[in-house]
Design a protein around this ligand. Structure first.
Ligand code: SF4
Length: 228
């Protein structure tokens, strides 16, 4: 597989936020979200065998624990990735897969916890989510995330969640303010493209069955720092 980086940090998003986690970041993405903070994954990387990646995961987290497969879009390398994720499961790791849901997810091993980032219109990549993937969601573990940068994005996420009964289909539905991609310095919400307070207010007013998510790592480390 083509790999941009492998490192250990704290999980910053999802209901697993705050837990130690090994991140395996795959190279390449077929989308170009306007606020993407992972553009360095689009090219380059190093070729690693599944054996190499497993050795590095074990070195960083020998006692098991959480591994997040992310990118880029990891499902672009599904031929090698699917058996690798199964191997991680077999070796006792809990595996999170962060994906846009543009590629088919039905073949993902059932134990893998899918975190599906449905793109909102202001990302510039709206309408890329493949709706057949809704049937691949496991309501006992999978999560659906919306990264929101405007009131229009919020309304899209609210209406999409309602239309597709996401609160029943997924274990968690997350509404997360988008971060300015060139954010640097202050570790606070001043870099959010939408004020979390506004988003919280809208969610409460509409009684949306979702939880507000903040990218924890951007409040711990400088938002410009990669590999954390
Ligand atoms: S899908 Fe993820 S990696 Fe790809 S452009 Fe969007 S935010 Fe960036």
């Amino acid at each position: 597989m083509q790999i941009t980086e492998i490192y250990k940090s704290l999980q910053g998003e999802s209901t697993h936020a705050g837990l130690p986690c090994v991140f395996v970041r795959l190279t390449g993405c077929n989308l170009r979200c306007s606020w993407c903070d992972s553009e360095y994954t689009f090219k380059g990387g190093v070729r690693m065998t599944s054996e190499d990646i497993m050795s590095e995961v074990k070195r960083l987290s020998p006692a098991g624990g959480l591994v997040e497969i992310t990118g880029g879009e990891p499902m672009l390398q599904e031929r090698d990735l699917l058996p690798f994720m199964q191997r991680l499961i077999d070796e006792g790791y809990r595996v999170l897969l962060e994906t846009s849901g543009e590629r088919p997810l039905a073949g993902v091993p059932p134990e893998v916890i899918k975190i599906v980032d449905v793109k909102c219109p202001d990302s510039g990549e709206g309408n890329t989510f493949a709706e057949e993937n809704l049937t691949a969601l496991n309501p006992r573990q999978d999560e659906v995330k919306f990264v929101i940068s405007s009131r229009a994005d919020y309304e899209f996420a609210r209406d999409f969640s309602h239309t597709h009964t996401l609160a029943q289909r997924a274990y968690a539905v997350l509404f997360s303010p988008a971060f300015r991609k060139d954010a640097t310095g202050a570790r606070d919400s001043s870099h959010c493209l939408i004020d979390p307070q506004d988003l919280a207010g809208w969610m409460l007013a509409d009684e949306v069955p979702a939880r507000l998510g903040l990218q924890l790592h951007k409040f711990i480390w400088d938002p410009a720092v990669k590999g954390v």
